[in-house]
Design a protein around this ligand. Sequence first.
Ligand code: HEC
Length: 325
Amino acid sequence: MRNSIPSWLRVTLLFFLVFALMEYFIDSGEQPAFIAFPITQFFLLMVLLLLIAIELILKSIENIMYQTLTEEGKVRYEEAKSKPWEWAWGKRMYLKLLGSRPIEEEGEIILDHNYDGIKELDNRLPPWWVYMFYATIVFGLVYLVRFHIFDDYDQASEFEQEMELARAAVEEYKRTAKDLVDASTVELLTDASDLNAGETIFNTNCAVCHKTDGGGSIGPNLTDSYWILGGGIKNIFNTISEGGRDGKGMVAWKSSLKPSEIAQVASYVMGMEGTNPPDAKAPEGDLYVNPDAPAEGAEGDTDATEVEVIETDTPVMPEEAETGE
Ligand code: HEC
């Protein structure tokens, strides 16, 4: 048996291979698997012992076989073993691709001119170079046909595709990182789960002052269209997050509620508008008209002209004023 790698190296390599495979396949989150699951340390120890045992067994088998050899056999075995290992196929391939002629044969390929003692050999092009050259020709043909004859995708559409993927990734990130919202980026949430969460937050934290139905007691009525501190999701988010005017009793909730929770409760509060609960407090503050409302009214029609926008604007105002009374 020809031994190319010393046994201690073989054991170490195999051990770390098993180790790496284990780390790769066991999903252990942030921590490496052998810390997250201590049982794997035991497993690794077993692997190590097993590898050493296999090495020892192989050694002793080799030893026994050696003892059974004749003297002549022993000599031949020693010889074979001491011969340095070489990768015969790799070496042959390397020489073939190099394609150079041995120095002894140079006489056959020398050209018969001679410039001040400088001679030239008529070597064949090295095969590795020739094959690569052929490969570029094939590549060029495929490229030509694909992009200049059949007009496959171009850089612009490739760019668009990548941007599309990136946008999807950003969406995904925003969806999972809801706490990134602040008063400037918050959007009205409409998912039932968000609104239910908002209701729970409202009933535990806010109902004492605003009443469960939002009609208001210590705090103002939240169900009308009049807002002291500004209506619309962004203002309401801001009020809840930063609190009301000093000394009025509405504290800043940003220290006890997460941004995502403030967005939920703000969306729930928005949903209360127009519910007209019994015994509600009189409206306080100013009528809030959503500056985005005209744009929303024209949303279905993307070609809306300026005139149309103004038209949708006018009927909204008196209507809202009526509900506010
Ligand atoms: C201790 C009583 C109290 C609690 C609890 C309280 N609020 Fe208020 N809230 C007030 C008062 C008082 C005001 C008026 C502040 C002002 O005039 O500056 C107010 C104002 C508001 C406003 C603005 C109303 C407007 O007209 O602009 C919103 C929105 C609001 N509260 C929502 C909430 C939410 C959501 C919670 C629960 C997370 C909450 N409040 C908890 C007392 C309270």
